[in-house]
Design a protein around this ligand. Structure first.
Ligand code: PLP
Length: 400
């Protein structure tokens, strides 16, 4: 339709949201579908956070706030960065937005000019390339593989940097692979960034609290203090506090960049929801002990899913350090035929097969830039996971 903006031709709708919608549609039509597509915890938002929001409504905290966050939420975020990451910030270094996705969007809109390059390791979270394109930039992909546990090497990073590079988007633990970088691994990447003074780092730490077996999370700016002044550290309440619907993300970094992001926000959404900001103060300042308990539940599910998927013929599933995703290879299924005679040529064919014939909704690897894989979100009950993995095992055993 010629009425629509040409910039839309550069992007596609979020494929992860499309899978969730398709699963819901099939379910509404009466089909028994298990959804492994959604990137949100199945836990509820803790009561103390809900209560803080109710109190905020009663207290009349229902009006516009400062564009990029109330003084109270900025103070809570500053405290969080000090307590958990050893990073110190002033209020003019903090921005609060309507979800982590919005933080990334503001960042790219505020910084990219046509031709600017954004280095994005594969497999990547689906929105990074599309938001880069929408903002007029060019994504430059750094390929990783199952053999390096989906981690980018310093050599590969070095090779991707050009005079036009503006950002490295660094997401650890990763959506979709679950891979998390150790402090040593980040330092090695930091050596490369140190040499290229025009390159900034966008650290997407949204899965910080979902790490396993004593893995110690380190954020980029803490591991490489020499580049902290050109690092934007992003986080949010969605995944850690089961607050996906509340839409609060935030970031900390250079004051001039933060101010530019507020300019973008002031002409689009204005402030993030006043009530959600009050709830975020409680999330960040209230009890934190349940974060470890929830991570332990996720770890049990990860172990279950990794074991069962590795038992499926043609699937190889590494054990990730964090997030709530696994990213198995289906190389062993490619070229095989389904009982109805269709050949599995791509990972999209595979996820279509398991959805249509076995009622399991997952997202194909092509959407995350690394094939042939698929992403399983295990943020659902053990029961549902056992049933889904059993169906995948059956689906694989029927291929020949
Ligand atoms: N970053 C990553 C890697 C994600 O997986 C997500 C959500 O799926 C986000 C950022 C954005 O989260 P939200 O906008 O819900 O805060």
């Amino acid at each position: 339709m010629s009425f629509l903006s040409k910039s839309l031709d550069r992007i596609k709708p979020s494929p992860t949201m499309a899978v969730t919608a398709k699963a819901a549609e099939l379910r509404a039509a009466g089909k028994d579908v298990i959804g492994l597509g959604a990137g949100e915890p199945d836990f509820d938002t803790p009561d103390n956070i809900k209560d803080a929001a109710i109190e905020a409504i009663k207290a009349g905290d229902t009006k516009y706030t400062k564009v990029d966050g109330t003084p109270a939420v900025k103070a809570a975020i500053i405290e969080k960065f000090k307590r958990e990451n050893g990073l110190s910030f002033e209020p003019n270094q903090i921005t609060v937005n309507s979800g982590g996705k919005h933080t990334i969007y503001n960042t790219l809109m505020a910084t990219l000019n046509p031709g600017d390059e954004v280095v994005i390791p594969t497999p990547y979270w689906v929105s990074y390339p599309d938001m880069t394109l929408l903002a007029g930039g060019t994504p430059v992909f750094v390929e990783t593989s199952i053999d390096t546990n989906f981690k980018m090497t310093p050599e590969a990073l070095e090779a991707a940097i050009t005079p036009k590079t503006k950002w490295l988007i660094f997401n650890s633990p990763s959506n979709p692979s679950g891979a998390a970088y150790t402090a040593e691994e980040i330092k090695a990447l930091g050596e490369v960034i140190k040499r290229h003074e025009h390159v900034w780092v966008f650290a997407d730490d949204i899965y910080e609290h979902i790490v396993y077996e004593g893995f110690e999370f380190t954020t980029f700016a803490a591991a490489v203090p020499e580049v902290a002044h050109r690092t934007l550290t992003m986080n949010g309440v969605a995944k850690a506090y089961a607050m996906t619907g509340w839409r609060i993300g935030y970031a900390a970094g250079d004051p001039a960049l933060i101010k530019a992001m507020a300019k973008v926000q002031s002409q689009s959404t204005s402030n993030p929801c006043s009530i959600s900001q009050a709830a975020t103060v409680e999330a960040l300042m209230g009890p934190q002990d349940y974060l470890k308990d929830r991570a332990a539940v996720f770890q049990e599910r990860r172990d279950l899913v990794v074991k069962m998927l590795n038992e499926a013929e043609g699937i190889e599933c590494p054990t990730p350090e964090g997030a709530f995703y696994v990213y198995p290879s289906i190389a062993g299924c490619i070229g095989k035929k389904t009982p109805s005679g269709k050949t599995i040529e791509t990972d999209e064919d595979f996820v279509t097969y398991i959805l249509e014939d076995y009622g399991v909704a997952a997202v194909h690897g092509e959407a995350f830039g690394l094939s042939p894989h698929f992403r399983v979100s295990y943020a659902t009950s053990n029961e549902a996971l056992i049933e889904a993995c059993t169906r995948i095992q059956t689906a694989c055993s029927k291929l020949n």
